[in-house]
Design a protein around this ligand. Structure first.
Ligand code: SF4
Length: 293
């Protein structure tokens, strides 16, 4: 997958510096509580901005994933046993940082019968117990389509239930390996709505892996047809030189076209080079639930 010819990053992709006050506070809390974040593990380009503002996306159930996708920086292998105290430590970190909108995600845990659904539910409950005013958004793996696992999570009433499709249909099987599949992911998201029609569902995709604009428009159609609520579209950035290379950089105008197209299809689409599914998640939630704020 490595490619010595990396495209030059365009000047509209600017990331902020780390090391400022809020950033250090966030880092201290995460390290003191012994937690992982996807911000660090996936080398997110927004870490400077998010951590400065004391927001982070907590990565539960360890930092070792049982799947191995071409664009992801996560370690793969055999994960450790679940840490039963982790939900409480996440809740404490949320309190330490004064987070009013917490985002929780995980590695894929195909080794667990329920894929980690109960651990997600326990984390939501722990956060709420210690931080009654905090909203919780979750971004889960596909639980291999296990309907009981979806119900377990829904019973804990997350404010937003997300699962990332990651790439458009035409490139799914190239960068994601079974048991991941495009249909499995979209069916998973449809199932959430089917079980709990009032839930807010969210998915995200990255562009720049080789797709063209028509592929992305078709993808938006699929998401709209599945009656999901929110779609985020961002630019793929190679985590390291050994990962799949960036094939092209979408322009700002192109991202604006996707937002416009999605809007016409009845979707909330947030698109931009540095948009990630957890980026400015609270703002997106507020724009849906409190549109006048
Ligand atoms: S966009 Fe999400 S993953 Fe990236 S730094 Fe911000 S909170 Fe972390």
């Amino acid at each position: 997958m490595a490619d010595s010819k990396q495209l030059k990053r365009p000047n509209w992709i600017k990331t902020r510096t780390t090391g400022v006050d809020g950033f250090k506070d966030t880092l201290n809390v995460i390290k003191t509580r012994g937690l992982h974040t996807v911000c660090e593990e996936d080398l997110c380009p927004n870490i400077g901005e998010c951590w400065k503002n004391k927001t982070a996306t907590f990565l539960i159930m360890g930092d070792v994933c049982t799947r191995n996708c071409g664009f992801c920086n996560m370690k793969t292998g055999r994960p450790f046993a679940l840490d039963e105290n982790e939900p409480d430590r996440v809740a404490e970190a949320v309190k330490d940082l004064g987070i009013k909108y917490a985002v929780i995600t995980s590695v894929t845990r195909d080794d667990l019968e329920d894929g980690g659904a109960l651990h997600f539910a326990n984390t939501i409950k722990s956060i709420r117990k210690l931080n009654p005013d905090t909203k919780v958004e979750i971004l889960t793996p596909d639980f291999k389509g296990n309907v009981d696992a979806i119900k377990t999570v829904l019973e804990a009433k997350p404010n937003v239930f997300g699962h990332n499709m990651e790439v458009v249909k035409e490139f799914h099987s190239r960068v994601k390996k079974p048991p991941s599949s495009y249909d499995a992911s979209i069916n998973f998201l449809k199932k959430i709505k089917e079980i709990e029609p009032s839930s807010i569902t969210k998915t995200g995709v990255i562009v720049g892996v080789g797709e063209n604009k028509s592929d992305v428009f078709r993808f938006i159609d699929d998401v709209a047809e599945a009656k999901l609520d929110v779609l985020t579209i961002g630019q793929y950035l190679t985590p390291t030189k050994s990962h799949s290379p960036v094939v092209r950089y979408a322009t700002l105008e192109e991202f604006a076209e996707y937002e416009e197209y999605g809007k016409k299809a009845g979707l909330k689409v947030f698109a931009g080079p540095l948009v990630r599914s957890s980026y400015r998640a609270r703002m997106i939630y507020d724009s849906i639930c409190n549109p006048l704020n």
